[in-house]
Design a protein around this ligand. Structure first.
Ligand SMILES: [Zn+2]
Ligand SMILES: [Zn+2]
Length: 455
């Protein structure tokens, strides 16, 4: 190997120690912050130990140089007394009858890594008000601190370091874990502890709690979700008796109220797999829903007990079943539009008496039929005007009176049944009115079943 190559190789190896020495010659850097600049080198070490190890090697180097009479050795030892947890350099200087320098605060962290306990105690105190199984520490840093760190990294061409934020987060997380015996979760923590090591401020942010289930609606008089009064926009007016609502109750409110009480949450969002009309009941196994509780203080709640409370307070109007804990994905799956299949029961009234033959034809025509449906006129104000094709798998017609029948259809989700019956001025084809050649209207509509995958 040529001398030049050997020197280059040595240069690379020496690089780390020389770099550390250059950093300390220019600034006072604590063990934690020095180690952080080399965080990717070595495993399971901790930045503090990395920093200490580098300073120990530099102390030995300085001692060696001083013993061989090199003046630079003494100045290196002096530098190491400025900010180090080792007092070895000070002791060596004393033996050499040289004076140590005065200790200085860390240029990068202002010794904040040395005083984390207060921050940890503060966090633990706040965490006591919450029920959680996992947490994560988020770190806020003053802009000038971040800039200083960036400039420092650029100045010394730091290539194997990590961010100060990560470093703080891990150190604080480790200590909270030790006390609480709860693990840090980087992806989906129950609670985020937001700390600012420089101001000492601690904020807690509880992530939402998701409770999934199914509901049955047993009355024809309440909407699925809270319905703000159209007249006053929620401020309260004569039309809504000052309540700001079109309906005094909704499935959403009936489920949300006891849920918020038991979880001590701030507010709740209600998500459901589609919706039935106000005057339609939701029967059978019920419709899948997820209630999302924002900022819950309690998570370890008894869902059986919650279901009983909801059902009792609902006084037979709504019944929840199958309650279980979910997550963000549960909501996403629920929102996949028009997924799954539905079973409806409608009571239809014709404007004349209909024959058995006509009813047989109606049933036969509906079975295994693709219905082309343009967005119904009654929802056109809130839905895009487009044509959708929905399949009817099964249909059953039963006569009730000379001009009334019961119709059960099992169809693809998203088919509008009231329009299947009236024809919606020709926007839905085929339709019951056309098939029978008699004007048909819906007297009652119930959803008998919502069939979705995985719920
Ligand atoms: Zn520091
Ligand atoms: Zn009003």
């Amino acid at each position: 190997m040529s001398a030049a190559k050997q020197a280059a190789k040595r240069g690379k190896f020496m690089g780390m120690l020389e770099k550390a020495q250059k950093m300390l010659e220019k600034y006072s850097i604590c063990d934690h912050c020095l180690g952080r600049q080399f965080a990717l080198l070595g495993y399971g070490l901790g930045n503090q130990r990395r920093g200490k190890a580098l300073k120990l090697l530099l102390t030995m180097k300085g001692h060696q140089m001083a013993l061989t009479g090199e003046k630079k050795g003494v100045s290196l030892l002096k530098i190491l007394t400025v900010n180090t947890s080792l007092d070895m350099a000070t002791k060596i200087l004393k033996r050499l009858k040289k004076r140590a320098r005065k200790r200085r605060e860390c240029h990068l962290c202002h010794d904040k890594f040395e005083s984390l306990n207060e921050l940890v105690d503060h966090s633990l105190k706040k965490l006591k008000n919450y029920e959680y199984t996992t947490f994560l520490v988020g770190v806020e840093l003053p802009t000038e601190t971040e800039e200083k760190e960036d400039e420092f990294k650029a100045e010394f061409e730091v290539k194997h370091g990590e961010s100060m934020q990560n470093h703080f987060s891990r150190e604080i997380g480790k200590r909270i874990s030790e006390t609480t015996q709860k693990p840090v979760d980087y992806k989906r923590p129950n609670v985020v502890v937001l700390v600012n090591p420089f101001t000492g401020r601690v904020k807690l942010k509880a992530n939402p709690l998701y409770i999934a289930g199914r509901y049955r609606k047993l009355t024809r008089s309440i909407p699925q979700s809270k319905w703000i009064c159209r007249e006053c926009g929620g401020r309260g007016c004569p039309r809504c008796n000052g309540t700001g609502k079109m309906y005094q109750e909704s499935v959403e409110e009936i489920i949300a109220k006891p849920t918020l009480e038991k979880t001590a949450g701030e507010e709740a969002s209600f998500h459901a797999a589609g919706r039935e009309d106000v005057d339609a009941r939701m029967l059978g196994r019920g419709r899948p829903f997820v209630i999302e509780v924002k900022k819950p203080k309690k998570r370890f709640i008894d869902l059986q007990n919650l279901a009983e409370t909801i059902n009792k307070q609902a006084q037979g109007k709504v019944k929840v079943l199958n309650l279980r804990f979910g997550d963000r994905d549960t909501v996403r799956k629920l929102k996949k539009p028009e997924m799954g299949e539905k079973v409806y029961k409608a009571i239809i009234k014709f404007d004349r008496n209909v024959s058995d033959e006509e009813l047989a034809t109606l049933e036969k025509t509906l079975i295994s039929t693709m219905v082309r449906q343009q967005t119904p006129l009654r929802v056109l104000h809130r839905r895009a005007d487009r044509i959708r094709e929905k399949y009817i798998y099964e249909a059953k017609i039963k006569r009730l009176t000379p001009n009334r029948v019961e119709m059960k259809v099992h169809c693809q989700g998203g088919l509008y049944i009231k329009e299947l019956i009236t024809g919606d001025q020709g926007r839905t084809n085929p339709n019951v009115s056309d098939i029978v050649s008699a004007k048909a209207e819906t007297l009652e509509l119930d959803v008998l079943n919502v069939i979705t995958r995985g719920s």
